[in-house]
Every structure is written in C-alpha cells, then in structure tokens.
Design a protein around this ligand. Sequence first.
Ligand code: GTP
Ligand code: MG
Length: 206
Amino acid sequence: MKKISNAVELFKGEFQFKISANSISLFPKSQLPEFAFFGRSNVGKSTLLNSLTNQKKLARTSNTPGRTRGINFFQLENILSIIDLPGYGYAKISKSEIKHLSNLIHEYLISRKNLRKVFLLIDARHGPKINDIEIANFLQEFGINFQMILTKSDKISTKKLKQIIEFTNNEISCNLALTGEIIVTSSKENLGYDLIRKEIYKIINS
Ligand code: GTP
Ligand code: MG
C-alpha cells in the first residue's frame, strides 16, 4: 500500500460505490477497516458523505431510483470503506420494509468485525431525539465504537449551538475520552469535515 502521510491526502483518493446490500449475504467480504454513517432521514448524511469524500455525487449514486434500498458500501482504493446506513424515521416506507431494514442494520452493526467506528449524525437544530438515544444506547451496549456529529450548524446561532452540545452530551451519556468529542459540521461553511477525516486517518493508523 502506498504511504499516505496525512488525512487530507487520504481523502484525495477516489471512493467507489460497491453495492447497495439489502441482505446480509450481499455484504462485501472485505476485511478493510469500515466507518459507518448513521442518522435520521434528512439529517444531512448524503451531503456529509459527499463533502467528506470531495465527491459531489457519491452518496446520490446509490439513491438513484431503481436501486434497492439497502446498506451502501463505498470503498477507497485498497484502504478503507465508508458505509451509508439507511436513515431512520422516514415515514413513507412500509412497516415491513422498516422492519427488514432495521434487522439488516442491527445485523450489520453487531456482526461486522472490521467496523471501526459509527458516526451518529444528529441535526444541530433539534439535538438527539428518542430514536437517536436508543441507537446510542444500543451501540454502547454492544461495545460498538461511535462518535456523534451535529449537522447543519449554520442553521442556528453560536449560543444555541453551545446549548445543543451540552444537551446532547447530557442526553447521550458516553465516555467522551473513548468516543471523542462531538464533531460539529456545516455544508454551508465547510465545517467539521477535516475533523472526521483526521479521526478516520488516526484509527486506520492505530
Ligand atoms: P435522506 O437520504 O433522505 O435520509 O437524507 P440525508 O440524511 O441524506 O440528508 P441530505 O444530505 O439529503 O440533506 C437533507 C437536506 O438538508 C438537503 O436539503 C441538504 O441540502 C440540507 N443540508 C444538509 N447538510 C446541511 C448543512 O450542513 N447546512 C444546511 N444549511 N443544510 C444542509
Ligand atoms: Mg441521503
């Protein structure tokens, strides 16, 4: 593998869409370190993935109509993969599909040996909702490493942001030394993506 000396350089590489897996048997057999992104529908996941990877159309690729709704795998050369988990709280899909997807996500989260971290996205305007808290609890219960990201920070004042950070830390009590501090992002201000890149770089080199 070629030597990559920092996080910015790492993310200059090209991510390729691998598969949208809607059953466990379709998960790639890859042993590469994986980083999953998870959160409510409309939280800004696709936007974040596109900014993070410097590939404007990456996350949309997997959302083109006709492709099955599933867990999307994107691979960066022979280095790592990024996983786009289906968003939750979306009202327009059937109960049976919600059940199928949540089983699939649970299965992915608990069985994926190469999953190194889950980034849990939360809308900075609202802070964590009940299902975000349930997911954070689930991740902690199963010893899955995770870190919180507050998205759309440009939509609120600095004062409100401070309150939301505090509120989020209170609602989701976790060991910050272990998870890392909350990362604040904004697509409008191109904020926070370097911190995520650095975190990923740090983990794959640890
Ligand atoms: P689904 O795939 O539908 O679950 O949504 P998603 O979580 O992928 O959200 P998406 O990235 O599509 O963003 C939803 C909306 O929020 C879009 O209109 C984005 O332009 C907007 N958005 C995302 N991130 C930001 C941000 O940081 N700031 C602002 N102002 N808008 C944002
Ligand atoms: Mg999306």
